[in-house]
Write a protein that binds this ligand. Structure first.
Ligand code: ADP
Length: 349
């Protein structure tokens, strides 16, 4: 292009159109993102005006057939023998397919994040009754202690020591209710992925506490086998708890199909050569070998009201943590879901 940045020569079929149509025009005469990305254009204009080379400048232009195309352009300034600026010489590549794929990937990620949030909240919705129960217990206890404190104070003579003890117990119960609420808030909070050093056993125990009432209601006996010297794993504690919550709720739901006396849930955490593994094992009906991989597919569900997204989201979360999540049959019956995560070095807790 010449010193006025207008095209002077173009290869055959540049921009998918007849070069004649573009000669004598500047690239911004055909751009579709001048207004939406004005800053980008201001910068490239400044580069040209200062006669510097530009590289991999991507913009959206009208293509030969009238539809938008993305162009990636690079160029160097040209000076004549007297050092006079004569314009730019460069190349442009059609990157429409690449940009489209990137955009699709980005929107997929956003949707995935939204879905993780939705399913987290929905699962919690199902647990509302169990949460209400957890919060109600300490409140009821606190009211009982308050009534006792009043009795101690109105006695003749007032029993200050007993009243003081009752008040301490009220404080304790109040804190307990606060903790339950705090745990729930942490679970629903839509936080971006964090990089905490997660003590996996604590994370497991919190989720078990949250699901205890649900397990009891379904006559499921819950056992744990948590190794004591586990290293910490790096990641988002709430997301990892979301995975556990999904696996535990799935297991409880699956065991509705077997006799009450056979409903056993075992949650274990073990040391692995390069990290930790966690297993959620139930004694439900299990699944057919053909379903082993399908359960992780999005929208695969065998439940009348199921969405079929839980396990696929769980897998994306674990893979985002550089781990693996897989299913296997539990013997003699039931299902086992395991995930393995790499450890942060030297963090045995
Ligand atoms: P949803 O719970 O909405 O069905 P999921 O992705 O959580 O979606 O699970 C997909 C399917 O995997 C379930 O519908 C069920 O058929 C199967 N599944 C999941 N967990 C278990 C389990 N513990 N035992 C047997 N089948 C299971």
């Amino acid at each position: 292009m010449g010193p006025d940045y207008k095209f002077t020569r173009l290869t055959e079929n540049a921009f998918g159109s007849d070069p004649v149509d573009r000669i004598g025009t500047a690239c911004w005469d055909h751009a579709l993102d001048l207004e939406t990305e004005s800053e980008k254009w201001r910068l490239v204009r400044a580069t040209l005006d200062s006669r510097k080379p530009f590289q991999d400048f991507v913009y959206c232009a009208v293509g030969g057939n009238g539809s938008p195309m993305y162009v990636k352009a690079s160029g160097r300034p040209v000076f004549d023998a007297n050092g006079e600026f004569r314009g730019y010489r460069g190349t442009g590549t059609d990157v429409t397919a690449i940009v489209r794929a990137q955009r699709a990937e980005e929107s997929l990620r956003t949707v995935e994040a939204e879905l993780a949030h939705v399913s987290r909240v929905t699962t919690l919705g199902q647990l509302t009754s169990s949460i209400t129960h957890e919060v109600n217990q300490p409140i009821t206890a606190a009211v009982t202690y308050a009534l006792a404190a009043r009795r101690f104070l109105s006695a003749e003579p007032p029993n200050l020591r007993e009243a003081d003890d009752a008040l301490s117990l009220i404080v304790k119960e109040g804190n307990r209710a606060g903790e339950v609420v705090g745990r729930i808030r942490a679970l629903i909070k839509k936080a971006p992925a964090r990089k905490d050093a997660v003590a996996i056993n604590d994370a497991i125990l919190e989720v078990i506490a949250l699901t205890r009432t649900e397990a009891t209601k379904n006559s499921v006996s819950v056992r744990t086998q948590l190794a004591e010297d586990l290293p910490r794993v790096q990641g988002d504690r709430v997301q990892l708890q979301q995975v556990l919550l999904n696996l535990i709720i799935n297991a409880i739901e699956a065991m509705r199909d077997v006799g009450e006396e056979q409903r056993e849930l075992l949650i274990s955490a073990r040391n692995e050569p390069d990290g930790v593994s966690v297993e959620v094992r139930d004694s439900g009906p299990g699944f057919a070998p053909a379903a082993l991989e399908r359960v992780f597919e999005a929208f695969y569900t065998t439940k009348p009201g199921g969405l079929g997204l839980g396990l696929s989201i769980c897998r994306s979360i674990i893979e985002a943590h550089n781990g693996r999540l897989w299913a296997s049959p539990n013997l003699p019956r039931g299902a086992s879901f395991q995930f393995a995560l790499p450890a942060i070095a030297n963090t045995a807790s």
